[in-house]
Design a protein around this ligand. Structure first.
Ligand code: HEM
Ligand SMILES: *[C@@H]1O[C@H](CO)[C@@H](O)[C@H](O)[C@H]1NC(C)=O
Ligand SMILES: *[C@@H]1O[C@H](CO)[C@@H](O)[C@H](O)[C@H]1NC(C)=O
Ligand SMILES: *[C@@H]1O[C@H](CO)[C@@H](O)[C@H](O)[C@H]1NC(C)=O
Ligand SMILES: *[C@@H]1O[C@H](CO)[C@@H](O)[C@H](O)[C@H]1NC(C)=O
Ligand SMILES: *[C@@H]1O[C@H](CO)[C@@H](O)[C@H](O)[C@H]1NC(C)=O
Ligand SMILES: CC(=O)N[C@H]1CO[C@H](CO)[C@@H](O)[C@@H]1O
Length: 325
């Protein structure tokens, strides 16, 4: 082979590498194919989130759960069928909310441009716009994600961090999707908004050792208060409690203020105090709320890129809850 031919092969090879299968997310991916898509989503959020601010937390959490399992591919939205137990049927999903809101956005966008905008992008944009609508940070959401064709309950169980996990386990779970220690501490700041069920922390309150009794790591005053006014029994599966008391619809550094008082709700929150590195990251957020906003945005953008499908991979679902046949 002559050297010219050789270079041609090399160039074609390189082009193939950066071709469709390695397509990248980019800002304004729908600028030509559906120029109004992002505006439609933003407008609906501006019209609805201010009157139902607690949904912002649910929508942020949906994006997080989506990205941790099989990448940000809207697999979290898929309904189970007779032959497939989807992520939705796994334990961590019992407490997810906001599916109907995503379905409405999808139908609005479909009416504008059928079959163009992915559910995965809608989830990512919605998380950003809802958080911003309650006064939280803005971050860039490059688009062009495609929707996955697999949603598997078992994977949700093993891929998601659990509230009883310790720092080592959390770091491993995050590292498995390419997120580091800073991302863990900063993204846990998402718990500055939203609600938890009493049942999620009943072990910490009522039966930490297996012989009754509460978790000694949890602030006593706070625990007593929860037990006497909110979570009165270990069998309470319905009562909701604020994750950042008094400030559950404000995106602020309240979460970190609670943490350092040992009032983090879950063991996973409290465990962020277990190393000097994570403690120092907590202190950085406390010292500068602006820094928290910037860091949170950076880590969200990073999270939004986890194992995305692009180019010709996956599909654009017609209904977010159903994989196209
Ligand atoms: C570090 C590991 C994490 C664990 C173990 C964890 C666990 C949980 C659990 C157990 C709940 C409450 C479920 C309930 O009882 O209703 C919850 C709620 C929530 N989580 Fe996390 N989470 C983690 C990280 C994150 C991240 C990275 C975000 C977003 C950036 C996030 C955002 C939220 C929000 C906003 C809520 C409230 C949802 C609502 O109000 O419906 N979490 N989380
Ligand atoms: C779901 O994932 C688990 C664990 O990776 C695997 O063993 C199982 O075969 C998968 N189920 C389906 C229906 O693909
Ligand atoms: C963290 O939890 C894992 C899994 O339960 C356990 O194997 C490990 O020993 C724990 N690490 C620490 C430091 O407690
Ligand atoms: C407390 O935990 C132990 C060990 O997991 C269990 O055997 C016991 O039934 C629990 N007690 C209550 C009241 O749930
Ligand atoms: C709450 O959930 C636990 C475990 O999921 C179950 O054993 C218990 O019966 C439930 N309690 C009520 C009151 O529904
Ligand atoms: C998916 O399941 C939910 C709740 O189980 C249901 O309300 C919704 O209509 C289903 N979506 C589709 C498109 O079938
Ligand atoms: C929000 C949601 O879809 N939750 C589902 C989680 O899984 C259980 C069990 O399959 C369903 O009953 C819930 O509807």
């Amino acid at each position: 082979m002559g050297s010219k031919n050789y270079s041609l092969v090399l160039i074609l090879g390189l082009l193939a590498l950066i071709g469709p299968t390695h397509a990248q997310l980019k800002l304004g991916f729908y600028a030509r194919s559906c120029p109004k898509a992002e505006k439609i989503i933003l407008k609906y959020i501006h019209d609805h989130i201010p009157t139902t601010p607690s949904l912002a937390a649910a929508l942020l959490r949906l994006h997080f759960h989506d990205c941790f399992i099989r990448g940000c591919d809207a697999s979290v939205l898929v309904n189970s069928t007779k032959t497939n137990a989807a992520e939705k049927s796994a334990v961590p999903n019992f407490t997810l909310r906001g599916f109907e809101f995503i379905d409405i956005l999808k139908s609005l966008v479909e009416a504008e441009c059928p079959g163009v905008v992915s559910c995965a992008d809608i989830v990512a944009l919605t998380a950003r716009d809802s958080v911003q609508a309650i006064g939280g940070p803005f971050w860039n959401v490059p688009t062009g994600r495609r929707d996955g064709v697999i949603s598997n309950a078992t994977e949700a169980l093993f891929g998601l961090p659990a509230p009883f996990h310790n720092l080592t386990t959390l770091l491993t779970t995050f590292a498995n999707v390419g997120l580091d220690t800073n991302d863990l501490v900063v993204l846990s700041g998402g718990h500055t908004i939203g609600l938890s069920h009493c049942s999620t922390i009943s072990t910490r309150l009522f039966n930490f050792t297996g012989n009754g009794g509460q978790d000694p790591a949890l602030d006593r005053v706070y625990a007593t208060n929860l037990k006497s006014h909110r979570c009165k029994s270990i069998n309470d599966n319905t009562t909701l409690i604020e994750m950042d008391p008094g400030s559950r619809n404000n995106f602020d550094v309240g979460y970190y203020k609670q943490l350092v008082k040992r009032r983090g709700l879950f063991t996973s929150d409290d465990s962020l105090l277990d190393s000097s590195v994570t403690r120092s990251i907590i202190n950085q957020q406390l010292q500068s709320p602006q820094k928290f906003f910037i860091e949170f945005g950076k880590s969200m953008e990073k999270m939004g890129r986890i194992n995305v499908l692009t180019g010709r991979q996956g599909q654009i679902r017609k209904h977010c809850a159903i994989i196209n046949s």
